[in-house]
Design a protein around this ligand. Structure first.
Ligand code: PNS
Length: 162
């Protein structure tokens, strides 16, 4: 792939996301991580915070860029002149939703392909929602997110309780 977009909420970024980022960065000349900035969702972290987290984790990847986007994914892909969208598939339960979105995106932007990467089995159970759930009960996040992200999640949860 020449230029690919890996979109997501990344609220927060997990080891599962990082696995997909590493692999898709190897498969593309240039990878743009698109962080959804959606006013109708109430994320734990602002789009700016999520972009900064991803930037610090991908500093060593010369062909990876991180940007926030709002609106339709296909408009973001076109604005960045990318030719593919990357999505991770954890289990068959992801497939129905992902296929529907990929088909809709293909109708709106036939020149853009969606490429599915199967998640590393190690992370097939993992999601940002699960991470937030565990953090809300003060559980150990070390198997799910990098140490720096775990600290930020815990701090955010504590601030919310105040
Ligand atoms: O990490 P997520 O929350 O599963 O990512 C979902 C994302 C950001 C890929 C999806 O919600 C998205 O593309 N949103 C932008 C709006 C859009 O284009 N929707 C698809 C066509 S209806």
């Amino acid at each position: 792939m020449r230029k690919a977009v890996y979109p997501g909420s990344f609220d927060p970024v997990t080891f599962g996301h990082l696995d997909i980022i590493e692999r898709s960065a190897r498969m593309s000349d240039h990878l743009i991580i698109g962080v959804l900035n959606n006013n109708s969702k109430t994320p734990l972290f602002s789009a700016e915070e999520r972009v900064n987290m991803l930037k610090s984790l991908t500093n060593d990847f010369p062909n990876v860029e991180v940007k926030a986007f709002g609106g339709l994914l296909v408009d973001f892909v076109r604005a960045n002149e990318a030719d593919a969208v990357i999505r991770g598939l954890r289990a068959v339960t992801d497939f129905e939703y992902e296929l529907q979105i990929a088909q809709i995106n293909r109708v709106m932007a036939p020149e853009v392909d969606t490429v599915f990467l199967t998640t590393n089995l190690k992370y097939s159970y993992l999601s940002s929602s699960i991470v937030k759930e565990i953090a809300s009960y003060d559980g150990d996040l070390s198997a799910f997110v990098p140490a720096g992200i775990a600290e930020l999640v815990k701090k955010k949860m504590e601030d919310r309780k105040k």
